[in-house]
Design a protein around this ligand. Sequence first.
Ligand SMILES: Cc1cc2nc3c(=O)[nH]c(=O)nc-3n(C[C@H](O)[C@H](O)[C@H](O)COP(=O)(O)O)c2cc1C
Length: 459
Amino acid sequence: MSSPLVFGIFQYIGPNGTVGSAWQSPRDESANFTKLAHWTALARKFEDAKLDFLFLADSYGFPALDGELLPASVREGRGIPHGDPMPLISALAAVTEKLGYILTTSTTVEPPAANARRFATLDHFTDGRIGWNIVTGSSGATVAALMGKELIAHDLRYDMADDYLDVNLTLWEGSWEDDALVLDKESAVYADPAKVHMVHHEGPYFRTDGILNLPPSPQRTPLLVQAGASGRGRQFAGRNAEAVFVGGGEPATVARTIAGIRESAVAAGRPADAIKVMVGALFITAPTSEEAWAKHAEMLAMSTDEGAAAIYAGNTGVDLLALDPDKPIAQKSTELGQSNLERYLGADGKPAPLVRDILENFRRTGINGSVFVGAPEEVADQIEEFVAATGADGFLIQPHLVPETYDDLIDLLLPVLRDRGLARHEYEGDTLRERLFGVGCTQLPETHRGYDFRVGRSA
Ligand SMILES: Cc1cc2nc3c(=O)[nH]c(=O)nc-3n(C[C@H](O)[C@H](O)[C@H](O)COP(=O)(O)O)c2cc1C
């Protein structure tokens, strides 16, 4: 029997998923994204289905070009609005016991020590079910402007991210020894002062002198996730990530990306399988193939060129609508997100696609997507083929109609995947890291560089 794949759900705190603007469907409930009950019901649904985690994507950015809003984005609710996932996590943790939560923060926004404290608090409140998607940020230009900063060049952002992570690791691993918390009411000792340490970090970009002002949480360091597939992004992942989200697409391209990530891990002195790679994918299924394709057509009818171009522009800085539709993109690099530019530059000896085809592909698949359509058995076949061709460890499932697309997944597709040994029947382990790496793997492994930041190990 095959081993189960990892299945996480991708959500924005907003009215849309990654393809089109589904909120307008009478069957869609995403416009309730401002209501806590909308999210608690979804989290319970995902846990009942034994899904591994809910990922809440985030960015302070929004689609804009040259300091101007892109009207399609506002009109269609794409990229605008977008709420902050962090305050949601405690409410979701309170109504679930096993579901993991991964959320994004950018290394360009808040000071690293603030990030460390917040994730440590969340690791306590979730009993070790939290993961951090470390991004240098999509829509970097609008984020920088909003924060009153200059846009930092692409590769420098990743250099700074390495240093940012060091501050976080130092605080999580280096401040409290495992047995520093005494909690002895008789002797009135809360914690042992000899076992709580000041940490000092002086890196090229960040420095800190202080403590993590919390006792160790179940995972200490949250599960470290990364999602930028540029060359420098893959290098960062190889050194730091335990899980990587990659965009879908042609299996050969995805296979190369995944192989590149594993090579980066090995180059950083880690085992190739130290990183779990999950591919962004949309599963559109229904009892029959015809019904599934009808749902797919319905989705595309809600996806406009203008909306897709706005998202693309915000992410890459390239305005597809302003380019000659009958030529490839001339621009070969960007200081914003590179993954979605590199995706369309041509590879394996194939010519770069034309702008009109890029726009159509992006309109159909969005920032992350492989799209699998069909009756449940057909989609399960496609999943098996894709995994065999790419070496992916699992999928990050993109939303379409909420909750209908999830109900189809849970009621129709997951039972087929379970029968094939590709989806889990039961949860094992309590923490998010154990969910991905097995029972007992609660904290960073010895092969991760963060392990060496731990204080008092010999004691
Ligand atoms: C599945 C997936 C999820 C992502 N989630 C986020 C996110 O939540 N926030 C964000 O700013 N970027 C997100 N990204 C984009 C990348 O993390 C990255 O910031 C961007 O592509 C720029 O990095 P790059 O130049 O290495 O591509 C995501 C990408 C993928 C494929």
